[in-house]
Design a protein around this ligand. Structure first.
Ligand code: ATP
Ligand code: MG
Length: 396
């Protein structure tokens, strides 16, 4: 059948779809009139179009949408299955059902018709009841096929929109998380600048300058992380961490914050511990726990944060652990279950709290993600009116 490929559906600017339509293709005027008469009653909502050979049929199909094609098998210019093959090859018409008609003696051509993509085959002389029934079946099938296509398209659009909104929300949470950490860096920097302002001699300021340099590097790290994330990576390499060093650094960085709030700090290294991880991020996580501890101590008579760390067995797995213990007011019952979710906060006016500085509710989300990145766990070990203990465990 390769010789038919020289025929193509003519290209037109815009195909019309005004009324549903049935296309009859037959070189016999009598047959066309007979078929048109049969269709008239049962398909009055359809426009019936007539073409006298395949080429004319293709021209009509190029101009407008058609719901079903009824074509004779034996015709001049091109026969029924050649005509059908062209229709089925064109993406614009491939879903239009084609019903082929032929006389009994041409029945051996049936296979060719089905091979070319015909939906059905009707033997002449036609019997009106059979023709109507078959057309109804194929129009019904086409209708469901169209509906399915529409549903698929809508589903695809909904899926794309969902993926897009997930992406946007991931980027939004990340941006908010990095802003949160950046804000922490600036708050610690501010504390050190205020401390330095109280000194008279440059030598007294030098230790603070070293910490401020460290804080600036942290700020640069955060900005770099954001840029790297937008390129699909993360900037910090996994490396050996000495837990005691990280925790001591956290104490130094947060010193002005502790002082400003009158919170006493105690570090309790129970055993030496080294692990593989991301030092900047791990210290960020601990800062967030300690900062929450400081904030929970507001208005309390005893204001103390203890950071306990070392290595030990948890569920029979050897882990590095960090406990951040505060003597604060405890975590409100209502948020204990969702405390690591983004934007959960009880701080500030918006959240209905009474603190003047609003919280973003991202500190624990950021920390949770960092600990997960270390394949570790974080949980509220204890909380109540005597204070809170947050426990981090990272398998060694
Ligand atoms: N140690 C704690 N003691 C009492 N409540 C806590 C403690 N840690 C967390 N919470 C509660 O969990 C909420 C969520 O904490 P998270 O650190 O995620 O956000 P935030 O502290 O409110 O805001 P941000 O960290 O952005 O300043 C807090 O608002 C607070 O109610
Ligand atoms: Mg917080």
């Amino acid at each position: 059948m390769s010789h038919v490929t020289c025929y193509k559906l003519p290209v037109t600017q815009q195909r019309l779809h005004i009324l549903p339509a049935i296309l009859i293709v037959d070189d016999s005027e009598v047959e066309c009139a007979l078929l048109k008469g049969i269709l008239h009653k049962s398909f009055s909502a359809y426009e019936v179009l007539i073409a006298h050979h395949g080429r004319e049929g293709l021209e009509l199909l190029a101009q407008r949408d058609v719901d079903i094609v009824l074509s004779d098998m034996m015709m001049p210019v091109m026969n029924g299955w050649e005509f059908c093959e062209i229709i089925k090859k064109d993406p614009r018409t491939k879903d239009v059902p084609v019903l082929l008609f032929s006389s009994l003696e041409q029945v051996q051509e049936k296979a060719k018709g089905f091979e070319a993509g015909a939906a059905d085959y009707i033997v002449k002389p036609i019997e009106s009841g059979e023709v109507i029934a078959r057309i109804k079946v194929h129009l019904g099938l086409k209708h469901y096929q169209d509906q399915l296509k529409d549903l698929n398209r809508e589903l695809k659009e909904a899926q794309d929109a969902l993926v897009q909104s997930e992406k946007m929300s991931a980027v939004g949470t990340l941006a908010a998380g990095i802003s949160h950490e950046f804000n922490n860096v600036l708050a610690m920097m501010k504390g050190y600048i205020q401390l330095s302002q109280q000194k008279n001699k440059l030598d007294d300021v030098k230790p603070a300058l070293a910490v401020m340099l460290d804080l600036v590097e942290r700020g640069q790290f955060l900005v770099r992380s954001m840029l790297d994330f937008s390129k699909g990576g993360m900037s910090e390499n996994k490396q050996k961490i000495v837990l005691a060093q990280i925790i001591d650094k956290v104490r130094v960085l947060m010193e002005p914050m502790f002082k400003a709030q009158g919170v006493q700090v105690e570090l309790q290294g129970k055993s030496s511990c080294e692990l593989q991880g991301y030092p900047n991020q791990l210290s960020q996580a601990i800062i967030n726990f300690a900062k929450n501890g400081i904030e929970a101590c507001e208005g309390r008579t005893e204001k103390k944060i203890t950071i306990e760390f070392g290595k030990s067995l948890f569920d029979r797995v050897e882990c590095a652990y960090i406990r951040v213990i505060d003597t604060g007011a405890g975590i409100p019952e209502s948020i204990r279950k969702c405390i690591f979710d983004p934007f959960v906060t009880t701080k500030g006016v918006i959240a209905g709290g009474n603190r003047s500085t609003a919280g973003t509710g991202l500190g624990l989300t950021v920390s949770y993600n960092i600990i997960k990145k270390h394949h570790g766990e974080v949980k509220i070990e204890k909380t109540g009116s005597a204070g809170t203990t947050m426990l981090v465990t990272i398998p060694l």
